[in-house]
Design a binder for this molecule. Structure first.
Ligand code: MEV
Length: 332
């Protein structure tokens, strides 16, 4: 089998504008890729190892032979990078089943996506890693990359809706329902969005488990919140299509209230949202799994710079404008 010595791929981060958590249970979500990316270089190596390094300060080494299972012997870096390892191992497996040789790879990740901030850094790293490693052998289709990256995500979060891997692979602004094809939304308005990062790290897996328990214990309340979230999401599609930014902001606020009732917000996030609304945002909500992570605010005008300056005065250094709709997976 012929294969190249190295290959490179990149994939974008995302913001979830509507529907997080409810999407895990079959409700729709709206999300967009943003202009922050992770870029992965994959290099063939002679050893039967999968070595992963990243500019986020993690460095981990695993076997490329049988898939290692996480356990007490794992370092923090090995746990953090595990979905990427699982994805890469799965891709390599196809090849050593064909040529009987245990391929090794060096994976180098360069990311400008804040880690653990609800912006899909883990999914983007999986998508770009699968794209780069497969390209050592042949150029993959996006559908194929998506299914492999999602398979790896589901090793960690078995209930993952697939939304993060989907948007990172295909890009754009999409209406997404679990296990179906996404639909592109064309927005009449250029959305003026700002992301604000809380300093509270969160784990998507534990937030998703929290919601699972909530749903088990409060089924009728959960069903009521989920049907309201579905209505909000459907109205948001109309607001995007007609370019009604004021309505869209109101719907974001409504969505945040539903997430608050679900128990995935906290005081810091709620204070931050209040501050955004008091300083000119038409809408603001948590984005992603909550419990920390990030807030996304929609402004009624283009004045992101003065809004960010005001956030800076509150001591929020980590706030930045985002542009929706960047390319999905790119293989160089
Ligand atoms: C995480 O970015 C979004 C969640 O809805 C989980 C999922 O969709 O799998 C919280």
């Amino acid at each position: 089998m012929t294969c190249v010595k190295f290959a490179r791929a990149s994939a974008p981060a995302k913001v979830m504008l509507f529907g997080e958590h409810f999407v895990v249970y079959g409700c729709p979500a709206i999300l967009g890729s943003i202009d922050k990316r992770v870029s992965v270089t994959a290099k063939q190596s002679e050893s039967a190892k999968i070595n992963i390094s990243s500019n986020m300060g993690f460095l981990a080494s695993y076997s490329s032979e049988s898939l290692e299972k996480p356990g007490p012997q794992f370092s923090e870096a090995q746990n953090t990078l595990y979905p990427i390892y699982a994805a890469v191992h799965d891709v390599l497996k196809d090849h050593f089943e064909v040529d009987g040789r245990h391929h090794g790879v060096e994976i180098d990740i360069k990311s400008d996506i804040p880690w653990g901030a609800g912006l899909g850094s883990s999914a983007a790293s999986c998508v770009a890693s699968v794209g780069a490693v497969k390209s050592l052998f042949l150029k993959p289709e996006k559908e194929w990359v998506y299914s492999r990256a999602l398979g790896a995500e589901r090793i960690i979060h078995e209930n993952s809706s697939g939304a993060d891997c989907n948007i990172s692979t295909f890009g754009g602004l999409i209406y997404y329902i679990k296990d179906t094809r996404n639909k592109k939304i064309s927005s009449k308005a250029e959305l003026s969005l700002v992301v604000l990062i809380t300093y509270i790290k969160h784990s998507t897996g534990s937030q998703v488990s929290f919601v699972k328990n909530f749903r088990n214990q409060n089924r009728s309340l959960f069903n009521d919140l989920a049907s309201r979230a579905t209505r909000v999401c459907d109205k948001a599609v109309s607001a995007l299509r007609s370019g009604d930014v004021i309505k869209l902001g109101e719907l974001m606020n409504e969505n945040h209230m539903l997430l608050k009732d679900l128990g995935v917000s906290n005081d810091e996030i709620n204070d931050l949202i209040r501050f955004c609304l008091d300083n000119g945002a038409t809408g603001a909500k948590l984005t992603g799994a909550g419990g920390g992570g990030s807030v996304v605010a929609l402004l009624s005008n283009e004045n992101q710079t003065s809004f960010i300056r005001k956030m800076g005065k509150k001591g929020l250094r980590q706030s930045f404008p985002v542009r929706i709709g960047s390319y999905g997976l790119l293989i160089e």
